[in-house]
Design a protein around this ligand. Structure first.
Ligand SMILES: Cc1cc2nc3c(=O)[nH]c(=O)nc-3n(C[C@H](O)[C@H](O)[C@H](O)COP(=O)(O)OP(=O)(O)OC[C@H]3O[C@@H](n4cnc5c(N)ncnc54)[C@H](O)[C@@H]3O)c2cc1C
Length: 566
């Protein structure tokens, strides 16, 4: 069913077993798991899928080595396992990521963990070599404990001499570097959409709608609003899952529930185009702590570099922006690690900011706030509602599957159903049947080219973008007259039409910001935006006024939220 058919069906039959509010990675993860288990589930997202916290991540599939210091062993063990699963289940979008920590001190930070334990740490400090070594030993032990799943090598500590020979631009003040492995989620937003599409194809009773808000509810009814038409819809769920991330308390309030589950912290990032810096880091992420204990990462994102992040408590998640102060901080710290490279504001092509939906906490420093997840249940005497509300607090991109599994188990038990399938080794989207190595990739491309007539070079690009979904896209491209876009020769018209028809694109910015890397990698030009509006407009039936409005909307989002002026 397409969007309007789903909405008409809801008007006729408003009964639904589970309503999920929020289409970030946690809501989507639960949606997939419930769908797989045959549950009748509706997910509503007030904007585009994955446009909240889930679009603001540092792109790491990581165990969270620094959470060890907070004693969050369960979380790290789970996240390492989930990182490994993501590498196996979504190999088209999640890649092993060698991560290098430049170390400037030998013993610093030794007291952080015990002081945290006794609640006496007011101000963290930079970690020294010894603390990092201990942390990495534990981290490896967690990966090793699941040796059947070992997807990445063990850590190494390199001497100053070896480090400087390997990374020639690195600050010569270092005393060592430590190298360990995590994963890079190259396009989180695409991964999220592929999860939704998988869920809908597996679950005949699973429906996900973007641009539909939950605006209120009482007794046995929830009111939804279609943000495209302002039409309202009543639904009668048996269970509501509040997966609104940093907006969880705001969403509960719409249901008359007064909660204070979330104490969010803002994090920003910049993406820079700087050939020397990109060359200097190679395929490594540099991950380190500043003298005041704050984290900085310098991350290889295609041919660009992603730099972040901050961790600043905020009350209102709607007002987050990457500030000048944050930008100065990122540039200063990158210069501390690579002092000779001359990174400046002119190199920034994109910026973004989001709020981590962390649990409200009385911790003395933000780094001490738990990064774990929990399900807060409101039911019975707590509410005037006839259905329970589960609020999904916290969570990481990396461990969304495990969190979703826990929520799904609870929901299935509540509905009196038993689990039929699990997601542990379930491939995601274009990760299904993804080539094991370059020879396999070559073979798949050869046979697809022979079968569809699409050129090998073009198929290579499609595989990089969409994994094995390239097969359906190439077949579709071959089904009619196709041509390369004037302003973007690596995209074609029928590729765009396929995405419009299959990937729930409503607005132009859904494509430029979340279904593609065009905006994040600073590739967009005004000409491209205009051409895309034409192609999408023709596919979606926009008139001239709508096309103009879509262009204006995209330009304004790019300028206001991402510092991109076209
Ligand atoms: C700066 C930063 C860096 C991070 N880095 C990493 C990392 O490197 N690795 C990692 O594993 N994790 C990382 N995380 C954590 C991870 O991204 C988040 O924990 C996760 O995305 C939270 O997902 P969510 O689905 O709970 O929330 P969200 O993604 O915010 O989803 C909630 C959704 O609910 C919608 N919504 C709100 N109200 C309503 C309503 N009334 N009706 C309908 N919809 C509504 C919102 O529009 C939003 O899209 C990072 C987070 C941030 C902010």
């Amino acid at each position: 069913m397409n969007r309007s058919e789903v909405l008409s069906a809801l008007k006729k039959d408003p009964e639904v077993s589970v309503l999920i509010v929020g289409g970030g990675i946690n809501g989507i993860g639960v949606f997939r798991d419930l769908a797989l288990n045959g549950v009748d589930v509706l997910l509503v997202e007030r904007g585009d899928f994955c446009s909240g916290a889930s679009s603001a991540s540092s792109h790491m599939a990581h165990g969270g080595i620094r959470y060890l210091e907070n004693g969050e062993f369960r979380l790290v063990r789970e996240a390492v396992r989930e990182r490994n699963r993501l590498l196996l289940n979504a190999p088209h979008l999640v890649k092993p990521l060698p991560t290098t920590i430049p170390i400037f001190k030998r013993f610093s930070g030794l007291l952080n963990a015990p002081l945290k334990f006794f609640g006496m740490l007011d101000k963290p400090s930079e970690r020294g070599a010894l603390v990092i070594k201990l942390g990495l030993l534990m981290y490896d032990a967690y990966t090793g404990a699941q040796s059947a799943q070992r997807t990445v090598p063990r850590h190494q500590i390199l001497s100053r001499k070896k480090s400087l020979a390997k990374w020639k631009q690195l600050n010569p003040d270092i005393i060592n570097t430590a190298v360990y492995y995590d994963g890079a989620i190259l396009q989180p937003e695409r991964l999220a959409v592929e999860l939704i599409l998988d869920a809908e194809s597996e679950g005949p009773n699973a429906r996900a709608l973007n641009y539909v808000s939950m605006i209120g509810g009482s007794e046995d009814t929830i009111i939804l609003r279609d943000e495209l038409t302002d039409g309202t819809y009543d639904v009668h769920p048996r269970l509501v899952i509040n997966a609104a991330g940093p907006w969880i308390d705001f969403t509960n309030r719409k249901l008359g529930l007064s909660t204070r589950f979330i104490g969010g912290t803002k994090g920003s990032h910049i993406v820079v185009k700087h050939a020397e810096l990109r060359k200097a880091i190679g395929e490594n992420e540099f991950f380190f702590e500043n003298e005041d204990g704050r984290i900085v990462l310098i991350f290889p994102l295609y041919d660009h570099v992603l730099i972040g992040t901050s961790d600043i408590p905020v009350e209102n998640p709607d007002e987050t922006h990457c500030t000048d102060e944050e930008i100065d901080y990122f540039l200063d710290l990158t210069r501390r690690i690579f002092p000779s490279l001359g990174l400046t504001r002119e190199n920034i092509v994109f910026q973004f900011s989001g709020v981590r939906p962390l649990p409200r906490s009385t911790a003395k420093t933000v780094s001490q706030i738990s990064r774990d997840h929990s399900i807060e249940v409101l039911s019975g005497d707590w509410t005037h509602l006839r259905f329970p509300v589960y609020s999904l607090v916290g969570g990481k991109w990396t461990s969304f599957r495990a969190f979703s599994e826990q929520v799904t188990d609870k929901a299935l038990a509540y509905l009196g159903l038993s689990r039929q399938k699990d997601t542990r080794s379930l491939p995601i989207g274009g990760g299904r049947g993804f080539p094991r190595d370059s020879a396999d990739l070559k073979r798949q491309i050869e046979s697809l080219s022979a079968w569809t007539g699409v050129a090998r070079e073009r198929l290579k690009v499609l595989f990089e973008r969409y994994g094995t979904r390239a097969e359906s896209i190439a077949t579709f491209m071959n089904g009619g007259t196709d041509f390369i876009l004037r302003s973007m020769p690596d995209y074609s018209r029928r590729e765009m039409i396929f995405l419009v028809q299959h990937e729930k694109i409503i607005h132009l910015d859904d494509f430029v910001l979340r279904r593609s890397m065009l905006a994040m990698l600073g590739r967009l030009t005004r000409e491209m935006v205009d051409e895309l509006a034409d192609v999408f407009g023709n596919a979606l039936g926009w008139n001239a006024g709508q096309k103009t409005a879509e262009v204006a909307r995209t330009l304004s989002i790019l300028a206001d939220r991402h510092g991109v002026r076209l």
